[in-house]
Design a protein around this ligand. Structure first.
Ligand code: 4AD
Ligand code: MG
Length: 460
């Protein structure tokens, strides 16, 4: 048990000198006159050892208390002579709350991540996943704390939307129409009979609404789920993921990049401090270089290069890539990882991408060929943040909509924000799970969220 938990236990004494603990049994080991149990209540990584003997009430039923069972213990907290623990509970009473038969899948041995994914309902009870989900919680709070300390207003943007913010077309449709008997008109499905009287989707990003709020409240952020029906079964994509999206009025691309860098460093430091023993578990068993990676992330200045410079570096290397490298082509994960892992060996920001490969809302640069976009790229993962300065000039915005096949009439309200009191503004989206991968060394995004949603997988 960690210090916080011990203090909690002591401050909630049942009666003077006595503590109560409820939790799950990790192991039970019997000696001649004693039983030793390792109990974990989920609040921290460390178990606490409980010792029971004939004087303990409930001792006669001790044989039924096996790995996985839930128990309630009352006893005295005492300094432990055992190795690796400061405290133990000498039980005066032990009660079996919920038994766990021998079929309990998490018997004491190491299981593969692949196997544990098949028992997503139980894997939070393992050390590794318990630690991952506690770090997830700490990171969430660190993010809110950061924005609050920096004067941002926390806003909520809709989950149900009529728009494709990114223009990538990977939207989940939502409907109340009967899929077996869809009403049709000459144009196809007659959406006027659907719930919203037009096509509706799950949002891919709250950005457009966040922009409207930033143009009223100054600095704002959202932190919520986003949904993408990309059928890419990779270790970095999910159909449902969480995104943090700050949007800042009166902020240009440089300010945006400065902010993203400060933000990542601040929340990383905070989590390293608040969840140190959980992070240590990952540094010991999952990625031996984790602490070095995180220290480097926090202490080094991120490299900043333009897309053009990135293309030059990638064209000059002898490295073979699956996707072609040329101006106008997207930078893929393999390229990003080469830059972050092999070339620079540290996080970097690539900015000023070609307008032809980026969404309509990004601000067109003086050269008319590129837009004020930026991606933050980190070792082992690739892109972790995507953002831009937004197009604040209404004429240019309309030109970009036309160019990208978007009907300005559908975005009349977005255009209004440029018609009335338009100012320069910028923002970005951080993939929350990708940052968690970075903080834990976990290499598959399915393992940093309790119940992942990926193509063909909606169990639990
Ligand atoms: O680069 P993206 O697509 O940017 C946007 O959505 C902007 N509207 C954000 C903004 O400017 N407010 O996505 C942002 C980040 C990516 O860098 C990535 O980390 C994460 O979201 N992301 C995903 N994470 C998990 N699964 C997916 N399918 C993801 N797609 C994007
Ligand atoms: Mg992106």
């Amino acid at each position: 048990m960690n210090r916080t938990k011990i203090i909690q236990l002591l401050s909630a004494e049942c009666s003077p000198g006595t503590v109560c603990l409820k939790g799950w049994v990790r192991t039970r080991r019997d000696a001649k006159e004693f039983s030793f149990m390792e109990i974990n209540d989920g609040s921290c990584l460390q178990n606490i050892q409980v010792i029971a003997d004939a004087k303990t009430k409930g001792y006669n039923d001790i044989k039924q208390i096996s790995t996985g069972a839930a128990v309630s213990v009352v006893g005295e907290l005492a300094p432990s002579p055992g190795k690796g623990q400061d405290w133990e509970i000498q039980a005066s009473m032990i009660e079996l709350l919920g038994s766990a038969p021998k079929t309990y899948p998490l018997q004491k041995k190491r299981h593969s991540d692949e196997f544990l994914r098949t028992i997503g309902h139980l894997r939070p009870r393992t050390n590794k996943y318990g630690a991952a989900f506690r770090i997830r919680s700490e990171l969430s709070f660190a993010i809110h704390e950061f924005f609050r300390d920096h004067g941002f207003t926390y806003i909520h943007t809709p989950i149900i939307t009529g728009l494709d913010c990114e223009g990538a077309g990977d939207l989940f449709k939502i409907t109340t129409l009967d899929l077996n008997h869809q009403p049709t008109s000459e144009q196809g499905i007659d959406y006027s009979l659907d719930f919203f009287e037009k096509p509706a989707y799950l949002t891919v990003s709250g950005q457009l609404e966040a922009e409207l709020m930033a143009l009223a409240l100054g600095d704002v952020y959202t932190f919520g789920p986003a949904f993408r029906a990309e059928n890419s079964n990779t270790s970095r994509h999910m159909a449902e993921f969480w995104m943090v999206e700050p949007e800042m009025a009166f902020c240009d691309l440089t300010g945006n990049m400065d902010h993203a860098e400060t933000f990542i460093k601040a929340v990383t430091s905070r989590v390293m401090e608040k969840a140190s023993s959980d992070i240590e578990l990952f540094a010991r068993y999952v990625d031996k270089s984790l602490l070095q990676t995180l220290d480097n992330l926090v202490s080094s200045e991120f490299i900043r290069i333009s897309y053009r410079e990135a293309i030059d570096i990638l064209s000059e290397t002898k490295n073979r890539f699956d996707y072609p490298v040329r101006f106008g082509a997207d930078i893929h994960t393999e390229h990003e990882r080469y830059l972050a892992e092999t070339y620079f060996k540290q996080p970097l920001i690539v900015y000023d991408y070609p307008r032809s490969i980026k969404p309509f809302y990004m601000r067109v640069n003086e050269d008319h060929e590129t837009v004020a976009a930026m991606d933050v790229i980190v070792p082992r993962i690739g892109e972790i943040i995507g953002g831009s300065q937004r197009e604040e000039r209404i004429d240019m915005l309309e030109e970009r909509m036309e160019e990208t096949g978007i009907n300005p009439a559908d975005y009349w309200w977005y255009l209004d924000s440029r018609r009335y009191g338009s100012v320069i503004h910028s923002g970005y989206g951080l993939g929350f799970e990708r940052l968690l991968m970075l903080l834990t060394g976990i290499t598959n995004i399915r393992d940093v969220i309790a119940f992942p949603r990926t193509p063909g997988n909606i169990e639990f």
